[in-house]
Design a protein around this ligand. Sequence first.
Ligand code: SAH
Ligand code: SF4
Ligand code: F3S
Length: 460
Amino acid sequence: MNRELQYKMEQVRELLPSRFPLHAPLALVHSFGCQQNVADGEKLKGLLAGMGFGFTEDTANADLILYNTCAVREHAEDRVFGNVGALKKKKEQNPSVILGVCGCMVQQPQVAEKMKKSYPYVDLIFGTHVAHQLPDMLLSLLQEGRRTLNLDDSDNTIHEELPVRREAGAKAYLPIMVGCNNFCSYCIVPYVRGRERSRRPQDVLEEAKRLIDEGYKEITLLGQNVNSYGRGLSEKCDFPSLLEQLADLPGDFLLRFMTSHPKDASRRLIDVMAGSEKIERHLHLPVQSGNDRVLAAMNRHYTIGQYRDLVGYAKKTIPDLTLSTDIITGFPGETYEEFLDTLHLVEEVGYDMVYSFIYSRRSGTKAAEMDDPVPYETKVVWQRQLLKAVRDISERNNRARVGRTFRILVEGAGRTPGTLSGRTSGGIVAQGPGTEDSIGQFKQFKAEGATSWCLTGTIE
Ligand code: SAH
Ligand code: SF4
Ligand code: F3S
């Protein structure tokens, strides 16, 4: 860790007892949204731990509450406003409590202003580029009682020096890049996360080695579009090469990755996956729509023909591959016939998992300016039709897995008492009777039954 950061963290540590004289303060950090945000939350926790905070999940016990927010859909933002509103009472009862809202949602200036105005009891409001300045913000607050509103987005460096506090367990997130350059017309992410930047391969490899040494069994590589990893780095390294080098590291572990933009997913990526048992048998390939006109309006830069070719190659090369996707229903101007193209594609590909979202207007994006004549209620009906088809397909796929044996990583308790839940290398949920000492370990699993969302069977 660099000296300056360490010094500031020490200063905060020394000042904390003046605000919390009776006990060591506890922090609650809640990350909404995607895994990248969860990974950012782990850095914020690393900083807080270094400054002397303990942690709690319980709002009532927390001395510092930090909401790390998501802006991807309106619903995500509404939840945060609701949660922050509910903290007013707590601050009135105990003014020494420190409240903060950070992340993607408040990186939008109009949202940050609204937050500042409507919730004057929030002490810290800061965006996605300045999380490393948390010690400075706490110092201003503790020394001068100064609130922070910091949306500065000029710092594009990846701060390798930040400590990370991961959740205990067998699974770790490993961000390999941040930001996004794709500007899909519906999406706010490029505006709130800034331009794409990749970590150096040696930094990623070092961190992965440490995680394996610490006993993590599953490492998920994160980026908004992992397939564009390496662009702009001085050393030449693309995503398939990085994945290959990571899979060559010694140890018993599994590599997952998300997300793959179809426009950049290459046959070489599939070949590298096929070449190593340490790489998951799962490809998340968000298609968004099954219609070329809609895809062009979304600015996705691929056609359904190209997408089909890639999926065909992947299925042929990795026969037990699990495929999943994201779909937006009711993009501005989408007709029912165009929606049906999506439905047909879903049936043709036979995805095991589909994450479906009703289009949400994000101000500042291109799509926000487009005509959107279809009423929300109709979009809900379309989505229901899609979800019904998806359930039938997943159940059919899972039934075909009955009788086979899989290696699973046991993750925790299952739905019914006395059972455990894990995942196959393809990401399929597998549940069966077992005892807690198997949690965090690879086990053999024999599939004996199937539903649309899981396999049931025996863990050996
Ligand atoms: N970078 C990833 C996706 C990040 S956002 C990728 O390109 O695959 C996760 C998903 O949220 C997207 O795939 C999309 O399906 C959905 N999404 C993004 N913006 C949306 C919006 N405005 N309305 C509805 N869904 C949206
Ligand atoms: Fe959003 Fe598209 Fe970037 Fe994904 S690739 S984060 S959907 S702009
Ligand atoms: Fe992720 Fe939401 Fe931000 S999906 S990148 S937390 S807008």
